[in-house]
Design a protein around this ligand. Structure first.
Ligand SMILES: C[S@@+](CC[C@H](N)C(=O)[O-])C[C@H]1O[C@@H](n2cnc3c(N)ncnc32)[C@H](O)[C@@H]1O
Length: 206
């Protein structure tokens, strides 16, 4: 059997599906922005969006005046689409094309955001690898925000398996290096009108 190629899967999606048709399409990432507002960040804070794709989170961060935004995604097509949409403003953002598992951060971050990327890691060693990475890359006192499908949410996204979480399973997973700040469940309405239940948690790096 052919081994699943994560990168070509995502390149294929972004080459073939328009922005407004993907299930995760969200012009106003309200929940993520609420976490930003609650974090009392300086405008110079180092913010990274993991698996940001061509989402609007970075656009909103620019609108809010943040100066040090990084967007990482496995798909160069997604990053290319985001840059095209942002036009001149794209040069204010640091873009990184990488699988998160291969990413070697060269600096520390104050705010690490991940909506609907972490949950694609289904193997224990990949999950642990991700947690070690974020723990090392976040400054002490920095904030981690993770949004995944909840136990009431879908079991797959874009045709591939995901791992569901509850507020307590996500908290347990992070508890060694992070203290929980706030968790909530929220429904995302897809462009097809269906609801996907997410769990979002924020954590402070110990
Ligand atoms: C469901 S989409 C969510 C996009 C965006 N975070 C949002 O909320 O609109 C998942 C994104 O994660 C990216 N991705 C999936 N696996 C990844 C990995 N291992 N490393 C980096 N990016 C990944 C995909 O290319 C895609 O852009």
């Amino acid at each position: 059997m052919e081994r699943f190629n994560r990168k070509s899967h995502w390149e294929d999606i972004y080459e073939n599906k328009p922005l407004e048709s993907v299930s995760w399409y969200q012009p106003n990432p309200e929940t993520s922005l609420n976490f930003i507002n609650q974090s009392d960040l300086l405008k110079t804070a180092q913010i990274i969006d993991i698996g940001g794709g061509d989402s609007f989170f970075a656009d909103h961060l620019l609108d809010l005046g943040f100066e040090n935004i990084t967007v990482l995604d496995i798909s160069s097509t997604a990053i290319g689409r985001a840059k095209e949409r942002l036009g001149n403003r794209a040069s204010k953002i640091t873009w990184i094309v990488s699988d998160i598992l291969d990413f070697l951060p060269k600096q520390q971050y104050d705010f690490w955001h991940d909506r609907a990327t972490f949950h694609f890691l289904t193997k224990e060693e990949e999950i642990n690898h991700y947690i070690k990475k974020v723990s090392k890359a976040l400054a002490s006192g920095g904030t981690l925000v993770i949004g995944t499908f909840s136990e009431q949410g879908p079991t797959k996204c874009s045709g591939i398996d995901i791992k569901q979480y509850s507020t307590s399973s996500l908290t347990d997973l992070m508890q060694h290096d992070f203290e929980r700040i706030n968790c909530l469940e929220v429904d995302h309405q897809t462009p097809l009108g269906t609801n996907q239940n997410f769990v979002f948690c924020s954590f402070r790096k110990k």
